[in-house]
Design a protein around this ligand. Structure first.
Ligand SMILES: CC(C)(COP(=O)(O)OP(=O)(O)OC[C@H]1O[C@@H](n2cnc3c(N)ncnc32)[C@H](O)[C@@H]1OP(=O)(O)O)[C@@H](O)C(=O)NCCC(=O)NCCS
Length: 161
């Protein structure tokens, strides 16, 4: 599969919202929540007002230029945080790939590239939140994300860069 990765532009914001919805973990036998769940402030903070200083997103596209996945990092503050928050200097990573493109190595490439980008931008670490039942946990562990806390049913994880 010929997948390319490019930096996101403002035109990709709707796709970031779509990917934020795709990133919500739905356990075995559970019903996917309605899209209105993105109105919850803790989730909405991940994408709203995209384009702030420190926002970086990458889009994976197929050979027909269709968007198939995205990864992004963003800084937050105590007052304006989302899941996985550590402090205002550590960006939080979010990612998702469209269902039929999962498990083909695209997410691995996206994490590699966003970690490089984060390092170039002077960040010392990246954090995230994941449900430990989500198979994505294995991917994060391969990139040296370590559990640093528990928030409800999810783990907060951090990787030093
Ligand atoms: C997690 C995700 C972004 C990884 O991207 P990907 O292109 O599928 O990943 P790769 O093919 O590069 O790597 C494979 C790893 O991805 C994860 N993965 C693969 N399919 C997955 C799926 N359907 N759901 C969740 N994680 C999956 C596993 O960790 C897998 O590792 P394994 O082979 O040891 O099981 C993608 O699978 C996805 O969008 N999943 C659903 C949304 C999600 O869980 N986002 C993260 C929220 S914290």
């Amino acid at each position: 599969m010929n997948i390319k990765i490019r930096q996101a532009t403002k035109k990709d914001i709707t796709f970031l919202w779509d990917m934020l919805y795709e990133a919500i973990y739905v356990g075995e036998g559970e019903v996917r929540p309605p899209r209105s769940i993105l109105d919850k402030p803790e989730l909405a903070h991940s994408v709203e007002n995209w384009g702030r200083h420190g926002d970086h997103a990458l889009i994976a596209i197929d050979s027909d230029d269709n968007k198939v996945g995205a990864i992004w990092i963003r800084l937050f503050s105590e007052q304006n945080k989302t899941y996985g928050y550590v402090n205002e200097n550590i960006p939080i990573l979010s990612m998702a790939i469209l269902p039929k493109y999962r498990g083909k190595g695209i997410g691995t490439r996206l994490i590699q590239e966003i970690c490089t980008l984060a390092k170039i931008n002077g960040y010392k670490a990246v954090s995230l939140s994941v449900d430990p039942a989500n198979p994505a946990l294995r991917l994060y562990e391969r990139f040296n994300f370590k559990k640093i806390g528990v928030d409800g049913t999810s783990w907060d994880m951090k990787a030093n860069l």
